[in-house]
Design a protein around this ligand. Structure first.
Ligand SMILES: [Zn+2]
Length: 309
């Protein structure tokens, strides 16, 4: 019987799901299931499982040939698959792995933080596929991160390893970060962070305007002076943070992904410059790559978590 693996990338509005055939080394089906903030977790879990049964039926795949289910979810997750909190879904503590094992009668189920899972996806099949140990930083509405050591996610004791977005880069910052601290990287290097720098540094130019991080990066590419200054500030914050991460992890490579990274090489060029300036000599030539898999990285990573050799 052919072996299939199910990957699930749960987000605040939908869960991206896929079925992967190990024999053919390909995704045989990909689909979305709506999730929504505030719904009871059992309703969403049941909806996800039902959609898996339905897809197996429509694809002519026996449910018994599913060998594992990997799940990524936005929030800290312990090694035992307990979601400690998921703000995007309004979940508190949910024993997701245990519930999924009971409901699906499968044993090979793993749950991890979505940024960690995306990092694993990039290490398996994305821009870091030539490396075993990497650190990925995801620049979106917030800043996430994931650490992969020898092909495995490093979760940390509290499930919060790789939370690069909450490295302190500006201790005197007055505004609070979403985490409650002040001066976190996320406050400067996320999509909202870049806009915040713009409005703070150039109030006369940007305060009344509806601008996005993309507008700033486009402006810098076109040579606009204030946009160039903002991108340099962004690059300095992120480059310095990665130099600090390198001093602890010494990864083979860094990967930068997320919506902000769609700006392209302008991101890696600026970050590399400051990274080299602030990292110690042994770490200066660590490659810094752009992610390749986009929003499919989570599906790749979730499958890889449960794939049996
Ligand atoms: Zn924070």
């Amino acid at each position: 019987m052919e072996n299939y693996y199910c990957g699930i990338d749960i987000g605040g509005t939908s869960a991206k799901m896929c079925l992967y055939s190990a024999g053919r080394d390909e995704f045989v089906s990909e689909w979305d299931v709506p999730t929504c903030k505030g719904s009871d977790e059992m309703i969403i879990i049941d909806r996800i499982i039902k959609s898996l049964y339905d897809t197996c039926e429509s694809e002519g795949i026996q449910y018994e040939s599913i060998s594992g289910i990997g799940i990524g979810i936005p929030g800290p997750v312990t090694d035992d698959g307990v979601v400690l909190k998921c703000a995007n879904l309004g979940w508190d503590i949910v024993e997701l792995k245990k519930i999924m094992c009971e409901k699906t009668v499968l044993r090979n189920i793993e749950v991890a933080n979505d940024a960690n899972v995306a990092a694993l996806g990039e290490q398996w099949r994305g821009s870091a596929r030539d490396y075993n140990s990497i650190v990925m930083v995801t620049l979106g509405t917030g800043v996430g991160g994931g650490i992969i050591i020898n092909g495995k996610i490093h979760t940390g004791h509290k499930g919060a390893a790789g939370e690069i977005g909450h490295i302190t880069v500006e201790p005197d910052e007055e505004k609070a970060c979403g985490c409650g601290c002040h001066g976190c990287l996320e406050q400067y290097a996320s999509a909202t962070g870049v806009v915040r720098i713009a409005k703070k540094e150039f109030p006369e130019k940007y305060s009344s305007e509806e601008i996005s991080a993309k507008d700033i990066f486009d402006g810098a590419k076109a040579g606009d002076d204030s946009a160039v200054t903002i991108v340099r500030m962004f690059s300095k914050y992120l480059g310095t943070a990665l130099a600090n991460v390198a001093a602890v992890m010494s990864p083979e490579a860094f990967v930068i992904g997320g919506g902000v990274a769609n700006a392209g090489v302008i991101i890696t060029e600026g970050v590399k410059e400051y990274y080299r300036e602030y990292s110690m000599f042994a770490l200066k030539d660590t490659p810094i790559e752009l992610a390749l898999l986009g929003n499919r990285a989570g599906m790749y990573g979730s499958v890889k978590m449960v794939l049996e050799p």
